[in-house]
Design a protein around this ligand. Structure first.
Ligand code: AP5
Ligand code: MG
Ligand code: ZN
Length: 213
């Protein structure tokens, strides 16, 4: 099963993608997580990506596409995957389709998690992310059992650098301009499924598993 997660920043792509990956036993591939890992390790890619991410801008397509195509070619991705944060522009979507077509493959579902902009800011300011496993919490909506500590791996929970209010506002505007057109793109291909992302996390997950089976 090959799944793409669509949705605004903070819609819950990462939260749902982790649950999907666990239930269907497929890897969760998040370009945001890959960039953050590179920033932490101080790689060249990390240095380049950080300058865009801190402003809430997208990292240029040429730094993203090959990275994802390589990752999808790895053994653990043969049976499927859930892609979170990619594609994010029409050229990325076209590059993905081309790479998959060349090996006789295609995406099965593009799941759009719909959440209005008004809900996003408060979600982001309350978000805490695990530095070790990428697990995501919310100080009010989805708190960890122990404050500041990841339930899953015991890692430290932090506020992401790009979750400051001004940066979130720019990420939303970049989303509307560059990423939202993908909803039409996948709708035309007949694989778009939209779910209401404003309900509780478990309810959103149920809507998704009703679609995936
Ligand atoms: P990325 O890491 O992908 O960030 P994003 O798309 O802005 O999305 P987020 O991770 O912020 O939100 P999410 O939808 O995963 O929500 P979450 O589950 O955490 O990308 C970061 C940056 O990297 C980009 O800005 C760009 O610069 C760069 N980048 C990455 N990929 C790229 C690409 N392909 N091309 C170019 N550049 C790229 O949930 C949010 C909060 O809400 C959490 O606190 C969570 O606990 C809470 N929550 C979740 N579900 C619910 C619910 N149902 N009810 C209440 N609260 C909930
Ligand atoms: Mg995420
Ligand atoms: Zn963790």
């Amino acid at each position: 099963m090959k799944i793409i997660m669509l949705g605004a920043p903070g819609a819950g792509k990462g939260t749902q993608a982790l649950m999907i990956a666990k239930k269907y036993n497929i890897p969760h591939i998040s370009t945001g997580d890959i960039f953050r890992a590179n920033i932490k390790e101080g790689t060249e890619l990390g240095k380049k990506a950080k300058s865009y991410m801190d402003k809430g801008e997208l990292v240029p397509d040429e730094l993203v596409v090959d990275l994802v195509v390589d990752r999808l070619g790895m053994d653990d991705a043969k049976a499927g995957y859930v892609l979170d944060g990619f594609p994010r522009t029409i050229p990325q979507a076209e590059a993905l389709d081309k790479a998959l077509e060349s090996v006789g493959d295609k995406v099965d579902y593009a799941i759009d998690i719909a959440v209005p902009d008004e809900n996003i800011i408060s979600r982001m300011s309350g978000r805490r992310a695990c530095v070790s496993c990428g697990g995501t919490y919310h100080i009010v909506n989805i708190p960890p059992k122990k404050e500041g500590i990841c339930d899953v791996c015991g890692g430290k929970l932090i506020l992401r650098d790009d979750d400051k209010e001004e940066t979130v506002k720019n990420r939303l505007s970049v989303y509307h301009k560059q990423t939202q057109p993908l909803i039409d793109y996948y709708s035309r291909k007949g694989i778009l499924k939209s779910v209401d992302g404003t309900c509780e996390m478990e309810q959103v997950f149920k809507s998704i598993t009703d679609i995936l089976g």
